[in-house]
Design a protein around this ligand. Structure first.
Ligand code: NAD
Length: 366
C-alpha cells in the first residue's frame, strides 16, 4: 500500500490536483495500484485557515508519506505578507524538512508539440533529457549572505558558494543511477575554470564515477558552454548534473526547449534511509492566478509528475510509461489546452483534457 499526501495549494493547484487524483483513481481501479490518500494544507490557502503557510501538521504528514504530490502555491492576495509567512515558505519548508537535495527535471519534447518550441523542430524533435540539480546547497544557502555598508557609503552584497565533498558525491550518485535507467550518459556542468567549488565538483564527480559507476559515460562541461549547447544541439545530452545555481538556470532553459510550462513535471528526492526515500512531485508551473478557477489549466504537468512518482517512488516503470504514452496519444489526437493551442487543433479545458487522458489510458491498456 502506497501512502500518498496531496497538497493542492493555491490558484490552479487544486484544479490540476483534482485531475491527477482522477488518474490516480484509474490506476487504483485498473492497474492494481494500492494506495491511501491524505490531504495537507499548504501555501496561501493554509495561511487563511491556520495562520501559517507551512502548517506543522502538513509537514508531519509529508514525513510519514511515501510520496507527496504538490500542486502550486502563491497569489497576488498574499504578495504583501512578510517573507516568513509567504505561501512559498510552505514549499521551501517541505524541501528543507524532508531534505530533498536532488531536483529532477525532465525536458521531453512530445512529437505533436515540436512546432510549439522556439527552436527548429528538427533540433527538439525526440528530445529527452533529464536535469539533475542539487537543491539544498550552494550559493542560495552559503554563509555569509549579507549586505553591508562600506565606509564610503556604498553598499556591498555577498552571497557565498559552498559545497562539501559529501554534498557533491550524493547528487552525483543520483545522476549516475538515473543515467543507468536511461541513456547511460552523464554530463557534469560546473565552472572549474574560475571557481574552486567547480574544481572540487569536477574532482568528486570523477572519483564517484571511477569508483562506483565506470560503466556510465561521463563528460565534464563548463556551465556556460552547456547553456550554449542546450540551444545548439540539446539532443547530445542524456542526464545533466549540476549545482543549485547553474541548475536553476539550465533547467529553465531546457524547459523552454519543449514549448509550454503547463507540460513539465518535476521530482525532488531525498536520501534513501532504510529503503525509504522522501519524495515530492510537482509541476514546474506556479499557481497561474490569471486563469485560476476557470477550468482552463493544463493538467498535464501535474499528471506527468504522478508518472514520475510511479517510476521513482514506486518502481512502476511500465505504469509510468503507459501514462506518458496516454499523454502523447491525446496530443497526437489534437487535444490542446489554451497554453499549447495551435491552429486547427481542438481546444479543451482541464476536465476534457483529463477525460481524454483517461480514455487513452483505457485504450492503451486494453
Ligand atoms: P505561473 O507559472 O503561475 O504562470 C505563468 C504563466 O503561465 C501564466 O500566464 C499562466 O496562466 C500560465 N500557466 C502556468 N501554468 C499553466 C497551466 N498548467 N496551464 C495553462 N497555463 C499555465 O508563474 P507566475 O505567474 O510567475 O506566478 C504566479 C504565482 O505562482 C506567484 O505567486 C508565484 O510566486 C507562484 N509560483 C509558485 C510556484 C510553485 O508553487 N512551485 C512556482 C512558480 C511560481
Amino acid at each position: 500500500m502506497h501512502n500518498i499526501l496531496l497538497t493542492p495549494g493555491d490558484g490552479i493547484g487544486p484544479e490540476v490536483m483534482d485531475a491527477t487524483q482522477r488518474v490516480l483513481g484509474w490506476y487504483g481501479q485498473n492497474r492494481n495500484f494500492g494506495y491511501t490518500l491524505e490531504e495537507g494544507l499548504i501555501g496561501g490557502t493554509a495561511f487563511e485557515k491556520t495562520g501559517r503557510s507551512d502548517p506543522d501538521d502538513t509537514i508531519e504528514k509529508a514525513k510519514k508519506a511515501d510520496a507527496v504530490l504538490f500542486g502550486a502555491v502563491g497569489g497576488p492576495q498574499w504578495d504583501s505578507l512578510p517573507f516568513a509567512q509567504k505561501p512559498e515558505r510552505g514549499l521551501l519548508r517541505l524541501r528543507k524538512d524532508l531534505e530533498l537535495f536532488a531536483n529532477l527535471r525532465p525536458a521531453l519534447c512530445f512529437d505533436a508539440l515540436k512546432d510549439a518550441s522556439s527552436l527548429k523542430p528538427e533540433i527538439v524533435s525526440g528530445l529527452d533529457i533529464l536535469i539533475v540539480r542539487e537543491l539544498t546547497g550552494g550559493v542560495y544557502f552559503g554563509e555569509p549572505k549579507e549586505t553591508t555598508t562600506l565606509p564610503d557609503g556604498q553598499k556591498r552584497a555577498v552571497d557565498t558558494q559552498v559545497y562539501t565533498t559529501s554534498e557533491i558525491a550524493r547528487i552525483a550518485r543520483v545522476a549516475f543511477e538515473l543515467a543507468r535507467l536511461r541513456g547511460n550518459r552523464v554530463a557534469s556542468a560546473e565552472k572549474s575554470n574560475v571557481m574552486v567549488t567547480g574544481v572540487l565538483w569536477r574532482e568528486v564527480v570523477s572519483k564517484v564515477h571511477k569508483e562506483e559507476f565506470p560503466d556510465v559515460q561521463l563528460a565534464h562541461v563548463l556551465a556556460d558552454n552547456c547553456a550554449m549547447q542546450l540551444v545548439r544541439n540539446p539532443k547530445q545530452y542524456d542526464v545533466i548534473v549540476t549545482d543549485n545555481l547553474f541548475g536553476d538556470v539550465l533547467s529553465d532553459e531546457a524547459a523552454q526547449l519543449t514549448g509550454s510550462i503547463g507540460m513539465l513535471p518535476s521530482a525532488s528526492l531525498g536520501a534513501k534511509i532504510n529503503g525509504k526515500q522522501a519524495a515530492l512531485y510537482e509541476p514546474i508551473h506556479g499557481s497561474a492566478p490569471d486563469i485560476a478557477g476557470k477550468g482552463l489549466a493544463n493538467p498535464i504537468a501535474s499528471i506527468l509528475s504522478f508518472a514520475m512518482c510511479l517510476r521513482y517512488s514506486f518502481g512502476r516503470v511500465e505504469d509510468a510509461v503507459l501514462l506518458e504514452k496516454a499523454v502523447e496519444r491525446v496530443l497526437a489526437d489534437g487535444y490542446r489546452t489554451g497554453d499549447i493551442m495551435q491552429p486547427g487543433m481542438n481546444q479543451v479545458g482541464t476536465t476534457a483534457m483529463t477525460d481524454a487522458i483517461l480514455k487513452a489510458l483505457a485504450k492503451l491498456s486494453a
